[in-house]
Design a protein around this ligand. Sequence first.
Ligand code: CP3
Length: 344
Amino acid sequence: MTDTAHKPLLATVLGQQQERPPIWIMRQAGRYLPEYRETRARSKGFLDLCYSPDLAVEVSLQPLRRFALDAAIMFSDILVIPDALGQSVRFEVGEGPVLEPITPEGLGKLRPERVLDHLAPVLETLRRLRAALPPEKTLIGFCGSPWTVATYMIGGRGSTDQAAARLFALQHPQAFDKLIDILVQVSIDYLVAQFAAGADVVQLFESWALNLDEVAFAHQVIGPNKRIIEGVRARVPHAPIIGFPRGAAGNIAAYVAATGVNAVGLDYATPLGFARNSLPHTVAVQGNLDPLRLVAGGAQMEDRARQIIAAFADRPHIFNLGHGIVPQTPIEHVARLVDLVKNG
Ligand code: CP3
């Protein structure tokens, strides 16, 4: 792992508060940038873009050329794991991801042993980014957390309530646990390989931590994330890890305490006072501007950004959105936000 002294974002993850919060933006490489759309048009499809290091390095660096962001995140997707396991995954324009839904009987067809070979191009993207980035920029790797990935593997597509996966967990508990075990194991191997390839920190995207009762939250979210973090740290001691349990709401303190994340991403629905009162000062917080405030710009964006910075002024804080940036975001608003966070 590299020297943290020159990397304000990594230092913040590790609990060292900075004078101003460092900033990166969830999904910062993406369709709001014309140069992303241009590179995407040159690729043979979204997964081809993820598996072509030349193109993936280019799109990872695009947002850093425009804005004074403190980190690059490798360009890939959380659904490369089911693809690597041998499940059929397609990205349809305007429709999002479409997978061939997995059944209890179909679990035996998954191929965990081929995952790292299949993801070798993503690890090559990380190595090239490491070489290309200036020393003060933090390099972020990531994977989807098992529950979130399982919602797509079981449901076959995104949904608002994840009913297919929630019911599968209740009606086929053994098959569900087997699927989660596979995802935990391959995620540990993948994240360890990401650190070896040059990642400074990794983020676990638990984008569907909502809609779960506390029993399901403990079983499906806390347990698997904790096992991944323990498994990674057994091989990469003190590995810096950001957890993003979107929608965890009242479960957030239990998630932080049990998983051992260094930093926790807060979604934009999390009240600032609640976060301040429920989370220990030793854990860095990340977030949590509503992405639509970045679309609107002006006072709607700036006043709230200042509130967020003020609320977390007494603890390590990484400024970010409370979920991914959306395609209709005006580029000038991103530039203004980064300037406000960096310079007041
Ligand atoms: O810049 C970055 O953050 C790096 C790349 C990245 C992508 N997806 C690229 C992408 C990251 C970190 C992700 C994470 C991801 N992917 C999540 C977790 C974060 C979140 O937003 O909750 C999830 C749930 C996915 C699954 C996924 N991938 C969906 C639901 C979709 C379609 C809807 C959408 O947001 O576009 C994707 C496609 C996707 N992943 C695109 C990009 C740039 C757009 C596809 C395209 O260019 O055609």
